[in-house]
Design a protein around this ligand. Structure first.
Ligand code: HEM
Length: 505
């Protein structure tokens, strides 16, 4: 059976070499493709550039080939854009043409072939899903309804840390507690639910399945089957695991959260706008026949993927930079004390009065961009970009990290210096008003969660700095800020141990 498969594969490979060579000859004549390293048949540039196309490796290639270049990853075309002008073309001017998303065999499993919102192509389904998700998740009304919950979650982190003597002595891995906080912040919005402690079994089940989904989707292990379709039969085992994780996860969302909420929400409680949580709105859309039950579960899946870890990574980076820059931490604390009064805990509306806190957040998102290449875009049809022909269904990566860290566009970009956003970059906002700075993207497929992420970041970092002196562990002058990832997300390599000394008020 396997020998037969191997024989078929080799034959297929041979045929693919011939076809690829002929096509590339024909295409070379007809198309004006973007520059890039010279591809070889079947593998393209894959063996030259390797698997790890993180923001730094792609920056090195941009230095060589320019603001737009093409990589052939087996059968797939990958176009990388690294200039503000071309980013504007992709995300704004030609936002419709480049507004779809690529998927692959693994993402097809996790999204039910695009029944979700984040990974679906640009079109009717996406528009409907984004509209249905906007009212329950992405408006200022939601912020005003849930900010008390976020403030109370941050207060509970502060309380728990104060109760733990180890925090002030040798330090703790604060991230673990903050992860619980982020789950609570989002599960309050989705289901009006929270988890009591890091030991909560349901929280741990959820965390494990979400972690497994991210690992499986972001692994390089399945690249061969993705880049060279003829090798796909060898992925059978991998895809089976993906299917199992996906099914377990959706079942968990359904059994423990969606169905529980259905039981709870009597007509009386859903009459009251104030008591409605996001899933009530989503279930209403299902009842009206706008979406089906699977779509409901994929909305829950998308929020789990898009909202929790992204914000957590950014909080983690912000803390790390504040620990390693005590003078910036002090300046932030002074602002909080002066504007709010010592001991008066920051709340969401205070953010407007705290320009230095806003600058610290912007600088964290610039230097330590959580999604450095945005979520990959795609053109469904053949397109033009920067004077080049872009083959249909190319994966388009915008190297947003390099746009925000290119010394040609920023003063000493490698420095963590929030002041830049109060001085020479004072007009730059995180909402994409400047194409050099796109931590949330911009345009049709930009992050709708920005409206929640910024206040959550502000409340969390603000409360920590108000209540504690954040320090490296004894014997260390700095914490390790080595990076991990970069192709899908950029996080800190080692979750840091932080000493939190309560301030004497
Ligand atoms: C600091 C935290 C966050 C960062 C840095 C971030 C960043 C991003 C980026 C870069 C994109 C892709 C933009 C593009 O492809 O052009 C994105 C998409 C998205 N984000 Fe966020 N995000 C954050 C938090 C959130 C939160 C809290 C939510 C939800 C509550 C959320 C929901 C989404 C969704 C649904 C999309 C897909 C939009 C679409 O395809 O139409 N994000 N985010």
């Amino acid at each position: 059976m396997d020998l037969l498969l191997l024989e078929k594969t080799l034959l297929g490979l041979f045929a693919a070499v011939i076809v690829a060579t002929v096509i590339s000859k024909l295409r070379g004549k007809r198309f004006k493709l973007p520059p890039g390293p010279i591809p070889v048949p079947v593998f393209g540039n894959w063996l030259q550039v390797g698997d790890d196309l993180n923001h730094r490796n792609l920056t090195d290639l941009a230095k060589k080939f320019g603001g737009i270049f093409l990589l052939r990853m087996g059968q797939r075309n990958l176009v990388v854009v690294s200039s503000p002008e071309l980013a504007k073309e992709v995300l704004h001017t030609q936002g419709v043409e480049f507004g779809s998303r690529t998927r692959n065999v693994v993402f097809d499993i996790f999204t039910g072939k695009g029944q979700d919102m984040v990974f679906t192509v640009y079109g009717e389904h996406w528009r409907k899903m984004r509209r249905i998700m906007t009212v329950p998740f992405f408006t200022n009304k939601v912020v005003q309804q849930y900010r008390y919950g976020w403030e109370s979650e941050a207060a509970s982190v502060v309380e728990d840390v104060k109760k733990n003597p180890e925090a002030a002595r040798n330090g703790i891995v604060l991230r673990r507690r903050l992860q619980l906080m982020m789950y609570n912040n989002m599960y309050r919005i989705m289901f009006d639910r929270r988890f009591d402690s890091e030991e909560d079994p349901l929280f741990n089940k959820l965390k494990a399945l979400n972690g497994e989904r991210s690992r499986l989707a972001q692994s390089f292990e399945y690249n061969y089957g993705d880049f060279i379709p003829i090798l796909r039969p060898f992925l059978r085992g991998y895809l089976k695991i993906c299917k199992e994780v996906k099914e377990k996860r959706l079942k968990l969302f359904k059994d423990y959260f969606v169905d529980e909420r259905k039981k709870l929400s009597s007509p009386k409680s859903t009459d009251n706008e104030g008591l409605k949580c996001a899933i009530d709105h989503i279930l209403e859309a299902q009842q009206k026949g706008e979406i089906n039950e699977d779509n409901v579960l994929y909305i829950v899946e998308n929020i789990n993927v898009a909202a929790i870890e992204t914000t957590l990574w950014s909080i983690e980076w912000g803390i790390a930079e504040l620990v390693n820059h005590p003078e910036i931490q002090r300046k932030l604390r002074d602002e909080l004390d002066t504007v709010l009064g010592q001991g008066v805990q920051i709340t969401e509306p205070d953010m407007l009065k705290l320009p230095y806190l806003q600058a610290v957040i912007k600088e964290t998102l610039r230097l330590r961009m959580a999604i450095p290449l945005l979520v990959p875009h795609m053109n469904l049809h053949e397109a033009k970009l920067g004077g080049y022909d872009i083959p249909a269904e190319s994966k388009i990566l915008v190297n947003a990290w390099w746009l925000a860290n290119n010394p040609a566009n920023w003063k000493n970009p490698e420095e963590f210096r929030p002041e830049r956003f109060l001085q020479e970059e004072a007009k730059v906002e995180a909402n994409g008003n400047d194409f050099r700075y796109l931590p949330f993207g911009v345009g049709r497929r930009s992050c709708p969660g920005i409206i929640l992420a910024l206040p959550i970041l502000g409340i969390t970092l603000g409360r920590l700095v108000q209540n504690f002196e954040l320090l490296p562990p004894p014997g260390q002058s700095k914490i390790d800020t080595s990076e991990k990832g970069g192709q899908f997300s950029l996080h800190i390599l080692k979750h840091s141990t932080i000493v939190l000394k309560p301030r004497s008020v």
